[in-house]
Design a protein around this ligand. Structure first.
Ligand SMILES: NC(=O)c1ccc[n+]([C@@H]2O[C@H](COP(=O)([O-])OP(=O)(O)OC[C@H]3O[C@@H](n4cnc5c(N)ncnc54)[C@H](OP(=O)(O)O)[C@@H]3O)[C@@H](O)[C@H]2O)c1
Length: 701
């Protein structure tokens, strides 16, 4: 039977001795605490040398995890106490035959494994996350792995170790710092903390607190854990993910009280019984019968994964409920000059001729800024997401008066900002995806996945139309059969319009494809007939004479508020879904026909308790394109989803299903005057029936 002995500088109260089997070999494992007595620890090493296969050293502070510098060759740190007595050290080293380890190799392999396995298991877990390492040197290897997934790294080493009021912001700079070659050290002539003057200390504490507040993930060393975070409050730690090793119960309790969301404990667990990492690594060394220098990372990993318990990082949710938070960004823009007129700073000037025009032009050149943080979205599947609404300054008019590159440039700036904030996907709102090639260039150049949201906009528009038609009750709908009705789509050849045509072709008997270019319309007709051969399709450029027959109209043009359809000619009781932004039908136009139901496409009611600044919709309700970005974030689909003008039918279906899975609901349908109640709809219906009767009588005469 092999013997592994752990000599710990910790308390002897926790000593144990047991037998176990590991890799088919029998082991006796023993822990001896020396209550901080170094001499005793050294004596024990010497005494037990002959009868031990591997020593573990417990409660010893690990030095830098730099490979060359790894504490290994004999317990150099435990022997620090005889640092000056080189003869004594040399003698002792030469006397010890048995390998000695503090477990740092295993810990480092476990750090890497924890990060990689989480990233693999929960797609994109660390993508663009803002990670603060309180000690980059202690977590050097983990930092290297993390740098593969996010550029948002901050290392507090200069602040905490050297009292220098500067952070390191990249892994490359951490490498230079580790070699003592970083500029940061030139900042302080002595290359060490020069002053413990109170103002400097206070300032450092302040900037450290700020850095913690900004971070989404904080990596806390397990040695001196409380020295690093003991003074922190929920302001610094609330809602954070903490990565650490050996998260003992008291530490979990402490982090729980500070409102931490998730604790990732990377401690490896090779045995069922909880033992220190030094014991586990000593066990591996003894089992393999090798010196620790000869054991490769691959061997270590293979061993870990072949054990019964495997090596999964432990995820602790202090609140008792699993928590997974993803992050998104979404670009919005002012829809018209009217929005500027509401701004406090602009209000006093609105009567000065040309003033608002000037503001509109100037703001179009402004760099993007964060309009609102979005929080509280929680899917019934248990996932949460949070995000940022980033605004670019151009109104549709301004975007159209510049080249597409003007808007692309600002969208790419927004994408960089989104990435810095930690977003894992970014959506393009309203007109930003109408410009140029509808997101293709931006998606190619941005360092974050992009979606236009058009798949969900199309599905949302028809979801809303179907709901409105059902509530109006004027068309016969037989389950599973085509609706006996006629429908027309304005902007039929556009990105959203064409998908609406495809969907309506599946549901209705007849669809009128209305556009400005007959060749494009013919091509669209041909491709729809391939999918839905039995539908009756008409291609038209002059819609007026057909309007009186339409039961449902969808208008999805980028006509920017120009008059697109003559509402006075529409059939009473028609349901019009206005998807365009700005709307194709103004409130004045809508007011002309109280017997027609005009709805503003399909807005989506978000799950959970979402909070964000006003976006001109009722609370918790968002545009379908924003909802698409949110659904993708909730589903961890950090990928370019919808871009370009050809929306894929498969994606429309899949985002609809994904939306249902994550608790998205069609919001109450609304029109230019707000939400339609059942009474409102009944009123429109009554007026429509009355008008139809009148028309019939008039025709008879
Ligand atoms: N509600 C939402 O959640 C939501 C989401 C996304 C987009 N939108 C809005 O939906 C609209 C369509 O977006 P999209 O991405 O599908 O745009 P798109 O691909 O550019 O398509 C626009 C369509 O409008 C037509 N059009 C442009 N100006 C016109 C005019 N003066 N008269 C008649 N037709 C005109 C175009 O026809 P031609 O081919 O002849 O040029 C084209 O077919 C936009 O207003 C956009 O802001 C709303």
């Amino acid at each position: 039977m092999k013997q592994v002995i752990s000599i710990s500088l910790g308390s002897s109260n926790n000593d144990y001795e047991f037998q176990t089997t590991f890799l088919g070999q029998k082991f006796k494992i023993k822990r001896i605490g020396t209550n901080g007595d170094y001499d005793k620890a050294v004596d024990l090493l010497v005494q037990l040398d002959a009868e031990t296969d591997a020593f573990g050293l417990g409660s010893v502070k690990l030095p830098s995890p730099n490979k060359n510098n790894r504490l290994i060759n004999i317990a150099s740190s435990i022997l620090d106490y005889v640092r000056d007595d080189s003869v004594k050290i040399a003698k002792l080293r030469s006397r010890l035959q048995t390998p000695v380890t503090t477990g740092d190799h295993l810990i480092n392999v476990a750090y890497e494994w924890a990060i990689r396995s989480l990233q693999f298991e929960h797609t994109g877990y660390f993508n663009n996350a803002r990670v603060l390492f309180l000690s980059g040197m202690t977590h050097y290897r983990m930092a290297g792995v993390m740098a593969e997934y996010t550029e948002n790294l901050t290392f507090a080493d200069p602040v905490i170790e050297n009292g220098i009021s500067k952070f390191i912001h990249s892994f490359k700079d951490l490498e230079l710092y580790a070699k003592g070659a970083h500029d940061i050290l030139k900042w302080v002539p002595s290359k060490r903390l020069t002053s413990s003057a109170i103002p400097l200390k206070k300032w450092n504490t302040h900037i450290l607190r700020k850095a913690m507040q900004k971070a989404q993930i904080i990596v806390v060393p397990y040695h001196n854990f409380y020295d690093y975070v003991g003074d922190c409050t929920p302001e610094e730690l609330g809602g954070k993910t903490i990565i650490t090793t050996t998260a003992y119960d008291d530490r979990i309790e402490f982090l729980k009280n500070q409102g931490v969301d998730v604790i990732i404990d990377t401690t490896p667990k090779l045995l069922k019984r909880v033992v220190g990492v030094n014991v586990q690594e000593a066990l591996v060394i003894a089992a393999l019968g090798k010196n620790q220098h000869q054991i490769t990372d691959e061997e270590m990993l293979e061993l870990m994964s072949s054990t019964q318990t495997g090596l999964r990082p432990r995820l602790v949710y202090p609140s008792g409920e699993p928590k997974q938070i993803t992050r998104f960004a979404f670009v919005i823009h002012p829809l018209s000059q009217e929005q500027f007129k509401l701004e406090k700073t602009v209000k006093p000037f609105i009567n000065i001729p040309g003033a608002v025009d000037a503001v509109e032009k100037v703001v179009a050149y402004a760099p993007p800024w964060v309009y609102s943080k979005v929080t509280g979205i929680k899917s019934p599947a248990g996932v949460e997401t949070e995000g940022w609404l980033i605004t670019v300054g151009g109104t549709p008019k301004q975007m159209m008066s510049h080249s597409p590159e003007f808007t692309y440039k600002r969208l790419l700036m927004a994408a960089r900002m989104a990435k810095r904030l930690g977003a894992q996907i970014m959506g393009l709102g309203a007109f930003t995806k109408v410009v140029g090639d509808a997101g293709v260039t931006v998606a190619k150049k941005a360092a974050i996945p992009i979606t236009t949201g058009n798949s969900y906009s199309a599905s949302g528009a028809l979801w809303a139309a179907a709901d409105a038609v059902r509530r109006m009750g004027l068309i016969e709908i037989d389950d599973g059969k085509k609706i006996k009705g006629k429908t027309m789509v304005f902007g039929a050849t556009g990105a959203i319009g064409s998908v609406c045509c495809r969907l309506l072709a599946m549901a209705f008997d007849e669809v009128y494809l209305c556009g400005r270019n007959i060749v494009k319309l013919m091509a669209l007709k041909e491709s729809i007939l391939k999918e839905t051969p039995k539908v009756k399709l008409h291609t038209i450029v002059n819609p007026d004479k057909y309007l009186e027959d339409m039961d449902v109209i969808v208008t999805a043009t980028s006509g920017m508020g120009k008059k697109i359809l003559d509402i006075t000619k529409v059939k009473p009781g028609c349901v019009i879904t206005d998807v365009a932004r700005p709307l194709d039908l103004s409130p004045q136009e809508v007011a002309k026909r109280p017997d027609v139901l005009v709805i503003e496409s399909g807005e989506i009611l978000l799950p959970g308790d979402p909070k964000m600044k006003d976006i001109g919709l009722p609370p918790k309700v968002v545009y379908a394109c924003l909802a698409e970005t949110i659904v993708l974030a909730l589903d961890r689909r950090f990928e370019v989803f919808t871009i370009g003008r050809d929306i894929e039918w498969e994606k429309v279906k899949s985002i609809y299903k994904m939306g249902l899975k994550h608790g998205m609901k069609l919001a109450a349908i609304s029109g230019v005057n707000g939400v339609f109640t059942d009474e409102d709809i009944e009123k429109v219906r009554d007026l429509a029936i009355e008008a139809r009767e009148k028309n019939k009588t008039a025709k008879k005469k």
